[in-house]
Design a protein around this ligand. Structure first.
Ligand SMILES: [Zn+2]
Length: 326
């Protein structure tokens, strides 16, 4: 939960009945007035303080929550709190914590300083605390977002091969393959058509199997395959054991992977796979085609972008791919 540390600690203590209400102190053998300092009407138990005291109700109502705890099947305020912790959204829980904190702060000001803090002041301070914390969290998320969306060159003499499948019709898919070295230079590109039912994951798996065959026949033995289809990557690494068409293709890939000296299959986000996507979308024809030189200028431009754009740069989008599930 996104809460200031002192309020997290307070919430933990509250949930574990470790709040020094007058009744709790009295139970530990300390002689003190056990009546609620707010209303002077009831014994100050935790349930009274946070639930049934008129000042507590006022605080719950005036907060953005706009309700106060109603016990349903719960025996006490703490049971209610545990229930809410289990099922409420983070935003609601943050406010539940802030309201409890506010009730507790106002009570302490009265007990120890004989001071009445206006409810409005307490709640706007709580709102400010939450807002500030949210802003700090948002800005730290923005600066630490990893650049996984971007294509990264392979290390050493490994060849990185990106593949992608794009839907042409209900039973037909185009496949794009792009092989590059550690300098980001093209080794080859390939485009083809495959027959596959309307199943994006199966089409992607078929594209990878086809790509592995090409790599093998071109004697590329240290390879890093990359796809933007997470389903294929997860199935490959977790072992696919069913007899479905998809699992059969993934099992073929597992078998083929052992023929390479070094082999990896990893997932890259769509923007990191955009050259293969472009090849699949733009260059497929009736026949399978290979380019080992004289690469199309549209491909060269995209490859150039991949090599130039530094880590953490703005993510790019080259249009939505229809009929594919990523
Ligand atoms: Zn009271």
């Amino acid at each position: 939960m996104t809460l200031p540390p002192k309020i997290k600690v307070f919430l933990w203590r509250l949930c574990h009945g470790a709040i020094a209400s007058s009744l709790n102190i009295h139970r530990r053998g300390v002689q003190c007035d056990v009546y609620c300092v707010n209303c002077c009407d009831k014994v100050e138990s935790v349930s009274h303080l946070f639930l049934s005291c008129p000042l507590a109700k006022e605080c719950w109502f005036a907060s953005p929550l706009g309700f106060f705890p109603m016990l349903e099947n719960q025996e006490s305020f703490l049971d209610w709190l545990w229930d809410r912790l289990a099922r409420d959204s983070e935003e609601t829980l943050c406010w539940i914590a802030m309201v409890c904190w506010t009730i507790w702060q106002r009570r302490n000001a009265l007990v120890f300083d004989q001071k009445t803090i206006p409810l409005e002041d307490s709640l706007s301070q709580a709102a400010r605390l939450l807002k500030d914390l949210k802003e700090v969290n948002n800005s730290s998320t923005e600066t630490t977002t990893p650049s996984l969306v971007l294509w990264q060159p392979p290390s050493g003499s490994t060849i990185k091969i990106n593949s992608d499948a794009a839907k042409i019709s209900d039973n037909e898919w185009s496949v794009g393959v792009v092989a590059r070295d550690g300098m980001g230079d093209l080794i080859f590109i390939a485009a083809s058509k495959i027959q596959a039912p309307n199943d994006p994951s199966l089409a992607e798996a078929l594209a990878i199997r086809w790509t592995m065959g090409i790599a093998y026949h071109n004697n590329l033995m240290d390879v890093a395959f990359e796809t933007d289809c997470l389903v294929v990557v997860n199935s490959f690494h977790n072992g696919s054991k069913d007899a479905s068409s998809f699992d059969n293709v993934v099992q073929d890939c597992e078998y083929l992977s052992k023929t390479f000296n070094s082999f990896t299959l990893t997932h890259v986000k769509r923007d990191g796979n955009n050259v293969a996507h472009h090849v699949a979308k733009a260059l497929h024809s009736a026949e399978t085609e290979f380019w080992f030189s004289n690469f199309p200028s549209s491909v060269l431009n995209l490859v150039h972008n991949d090599a130039l754009i530094p880590k953490g740069a703005e993510s790019r989008d080259y249009g939505e791919k229809k009929g594919s599930m990523k």
